[in-house]
Design a protein around this ligand. Structure first.
Ligand code: PAF
Length: 271
């Protein structure tokens, strides 16, 4: 596997490669990320991952400084699953990116309310990476469902000609969605965290038959009893992210909640 540290390294690699299947990440790779690479490997051409903790998508009081960085381990994992190359630019990489705004209708909802600059930061860095890499296919995890929708919308409205592939959420044995932030929890928080997908899924299933406002209150109360600080617990249209007050096919049930300083998100789509 080639490790590309500079734009020069990246250019050389791109010039000697055919179609690129691209998996952008912020590192601290877990099985969920590796699954994106395995999916990318199924397509013609080469698989390129990137590892870059993007400062533009962190707010002033968020966890940029403590975001887990485990480069050596990440490279070993990528090599083991036959990733062809990984681009690991320097921390100041983002400084040359042209600042863009994400689709406001999608980016002002759910996570965009408590993290107002988040999706602009994501779209700015992805546009920069996409312009440099010019991939044919890109791969995103559906745990970050709102991010997936926003990137999809950005690609539809760009002339980049890139296909986006959403890959189902990978879960720990107890059901907790895999996330780099899971490593930041204390052992007690981790015990409580396993209830989040259980409660979310149970309520999601009942949403077909029961009153959504009551279910939302019940979900929040049950999580608060487990020390979660709930940012949002919403039933939404899975294309527009508009809040729903009555079940419809493909309802997205989405949550963001904090345990201490660790912010967890998860979702289910109920057909
Ligand atoms: O999902 C992530 O890890 C990041 O938001 C991404 C897409 C790599 C952009 O920095």
């Amino acid at each position: 596997m080639k490790v590309l540290n500079s734009l020069n390294d990246l250019d050389k690699f791109l010039n000697s490669s055919g179609e690129i299947n691209f998996v952008p990440t912020m590192g601290n790779l877990h099985y969920g990320h590796l699954k994106l690479v395995t999916e990318a490997n199924k397509f013609d051409g080469v698989t390129l991952a990137s590892i870059y903790v993007n400062p533009l998508q962190f707010g002033p009081n968020e966890d940029l400084d403590v975001y887990p960085r485990t480069l050596d381990q990440d490279l070993m994992h990528l090599e083991a699953i036959s990733c062809d190359a990984v681009f690991c630019p320097a921390p100041d990489f983002a400084k040359n990116a042209i600042k863009l705004s994400a689709n406001s209708a999608l980016s002002k909802k759910l996570c965009g309310i408590s993290r107002p600059h988040f999706f602009d930061g994501v779209i700015t860095i992805l546009n920069y990476l996409f312009q440099l890499v010019r991939p044919t296919n890109v791969f995103f995890g559906l745990k970050d469902y709102q991010q997936y929708l926003i990137v999809k919308d950005f690609l539809i409205n760009s002339n980049l000609n890139i296909d986006i592939h959403g890959v189902p959420t990978q879960r720990e044995e107890d059901g907790l969605a895999m996330s780099s932030r899971n490593n930041l929890m204390s052992s007690q928080q981790r015990i409580n965290a396993k209830h989040l997908p259980v409660i979310l899924k149970e309520i999601a299933k009942r949403s077909k038959y029961e009153n959504l406002a009551d279910l939302k209150i019940e979900g929040i109360e049950r999580l608060e009893k487990l020390n979660f600080n709930v940012d949002y617990f919403l039933f939404c249209n899975s294309t527009t992210l508009e809040e729903l007050f009555k079940f419809e096919p493909n309802t997205l049930v989405a949550i963001a909640a904090k345990l201490g300083n660790v912010r967890l998100i998860d979702n289910f789509i109920i057909q």
